[in-house]
Write a protein that binds this ligand. Structure first.
Ligand code: SF4
Ligand code: SF4
Length: 104
């Protein structure tokens, strides 16, 4: 599984469920999101970027040296802030201007 949804943060907006290209996320009767098919998640991070309350953690895989590190995303105007919680307890934020995302 590449993601974990924190029900305590989820506000039930359904955005993750709508955006997931594999229709892997469902909204339960308690109005909270749940990944129904975790083994099918291929880690595209669309849901992570879409969540307005940073309720979805993305697990950074061993191929990235993740070792249990996780990442959430918040947005502000055209900026995306990637918040990384590292396995050693430290944090790092990487900010990207979406207006420049296609220049490389
Ligand atoms: S990371 Fe992508 S494939 Fe996985 S649950 Fe989120 S939107 Fe779906
Ligand atoms: S996008 Fe976030 S807040 Fe909205 S339903 Fe999904 S997990 Fe919950």
């Amino acid at each position: 599984m590449s993601i974990a949804i924190h029900k305590d943060k989820c506000i039930g907006c359904k955005r993750c469920s709508i955006v997931c290209p594999g229709s892997l996320i469902v909204i339960d009767d308690d109005k909270k999101a749940r990944i129904a098919y975790p083994r099918d998640c291929w880690g595209c991070v669309s849901c992570v970027k879409e969540c307005p309350v940073s309720a979805i953690d993305f697990y950074l895989g061993a191929d990235m040296g993740g070792r249990g590190s996780t990442m959430t995303v918040s947005s502000e105007d055209s900026y995306l802030h990637w918040h990384i919680q590292k396995y050693d307890g430290t944090t790092q934020t990487i900010t990207i201007d979406r207006r420049e995302s296609n220049q490389y």
